[in-house]
Design a protein around this ligand. Structure first.
Ligand code: COS
Length: 386
């Protein structure tokens, strides 16, 4: 259910003010300390930001996809580490439950996810399975009235803080690889569940990932998402379709911030007796960045509206993810160039953004995976129409 226009406008204005007044001034500190202050987490809870996409009946704001991407545009105007705090509860960490959970599972977890009382993580990737999601090796062996999990999950965002994991594991060793993947709702703190040390990353300081290790970790049968074995691969694909659209919107926001910073710098930085913004070679970079980010914004909005009409947007979400994440990479590269030497120095924050945005072309499906998905769907549609 979508919000009424006034309430939604007020939400957007509140998020915009929070980003500008609270988050932007803290960007440098968060990067230096590799930590989001607790008071910011609290303020995010008070604003309801953990439950943007969680249905109203479970205590969230119940935004539709168009509303969600418009909030993501705003959140993109500051460091990605801030979005990461609320990213998994609104996205890959909760959406499997929203889409495929039983009523009892939703009632047990969604209200606490919506308030940010617990953090959720999406545990799909493994040391030997990333792009090839159906080749996961983590096993869930049926044992009496439960299952026993064994395996390692890798690079799991927010795992150090998670109270709930959506874990993808193989319930049969024989049979179709995709058909044997089952999603489990696993609570942190169970015996046999442990965490690796926090990964050191290229960028996005303040956002943390680590391994999640299962060694004979026993979960009850009620932990099977949707109470149905063998549905995990489809759940993961549906969650990723949605997640990719959210990430695309976020890329647009980050690009718009970089363009605003580049323009402001170009208008005040003087060389050869005039602001560098007067030079056509600088203008070309600004114009290319503006046109490309505008194109991505339009794609994202159009696809979000189609998703709200319940159309299948797998291909379009992949197009958005591919284009928007590559676009923000080019925009960040030009931002460094426009800033010149200052763009390479830590204090201006541009080199940090350049490193931060590199991840967007990799996670929730690399650019190459999006290309494969798009082309494969084109071929399938053409074959079906023939
Ligand atoms: N929505 C709903 N169902 C979907 C779906 C979607 N978006 N995509 C696939 N499915 C279903 C298919 O309908 C099919 O069902 P049936 O077996 O009933 O016909 C089943 O899932 C298998 O689909 P398919 O054969 O198309 O899957 P593939 O193994 O070929 O998928 C790719 C390959 C590469 C597309 C997939 O493994 C993928 O997206 N990998 C990237 C994973 C990723 O993003 N990793 C990053 C880490 S997670 S943050």
């Amino acid at each position: 259910m979508a919000l009424d226009a006034d309430t939604f406008d007020q939400l957007l204005r509140t998020v915009r003010r929070f980003v500008k007044e609270r988050l932007v001034p803290m960007e440098g500190d968060v990067a230096r300390n590799d930590r989001i202050p607790d008071e910011i987490r609290r303020e995010m809870r008070d604003l309801g930001l953990f439950g943007l996409s969680i249905p109203v009946e479970f205590g969230g704001l119940g935004l539709n996809m168009e509303e969600e991407v418009r909030v993501a545009f705003e959140l993109g105007l500051t460091s990605p580490a801030f979005r990461s705090v609320i990213g998994t509860n609104n996205g890959i960490g909760s959406q499997g439950l929203v889409m495929d959970g039983t009523e009892a599972q939703k009632a047990a977890y969604l209200p606490r996810l919506a308030t940010g009382e617990i953090i959720s993580s999406f545990a799909l990737t493994e040391p030997e399975a990333g792009s090839d999601a159906s080749s996961i090796r983590t096993t869930a062996r049926r044992d009496g009235d439960g299952y026993v999990l064994n395996g390692t999950k890798r690079f799991i965002t927010n795992a150090p803080y998670a109270g709930l994991f959506t874990v993808f594991a193989r319930t049969e060793t024989e049979g179709k690889p995709k058909g044997s993947v089952t999603a489990f709702l696993v609570e942190a703190g169970l015996p046999g569940l442990s965490l690796g040390k926090i990964d050191k990353k290229m960028g996005q300081a303040g956002s943390h990932t680590c391994d999640v290790i299962f060694e004979n970790c026993r979960v009850p049968a009620s932990a099977v998402l949707g109470d149905k074995e063998g549905q995990g691969f489809k759940t993961a694909m549906k969650v990723l379709d949605r997640g990719r659209l959210h990430i695309s919107a976020f890329c647009v926001g980050v690009a718009e911030r970089l363009i605003a910073d580049s323009l402001a710098y170009a208008m005040q930085r003087r060389q050869f007796g005039q602001p560098i913004a007067e030079f056509q070679l600088i203008q070309a970079m600004l114009a290319d960045s503006r046109a490309e980010s505008y194109a991505a914004r339009c794609m994202v909005l159009e696809t979000a509206r189609a998703k709200d009409r319940e159309e299948n947007v797998s291909t379009e979400a992949a197009c958005c993810k591919m284009f928007a994440s590559e676009m923000v990479g080019r925009v960040a590269d030009r931002a460094v160039q426009i800033h010149g030497g200052a763009g390479y120095m830590e204090e201006y924050g541009i080199e940090r953004a350049y490193r931060d945005v590199r991840l967007f072309r990799i996670y929730e499906g690399t650019t190459q995976i999006q290309q494969i998905l798009i082309a494969r769907n084109m071929i399938r549609e053409a074959a079906a129409a023939a």
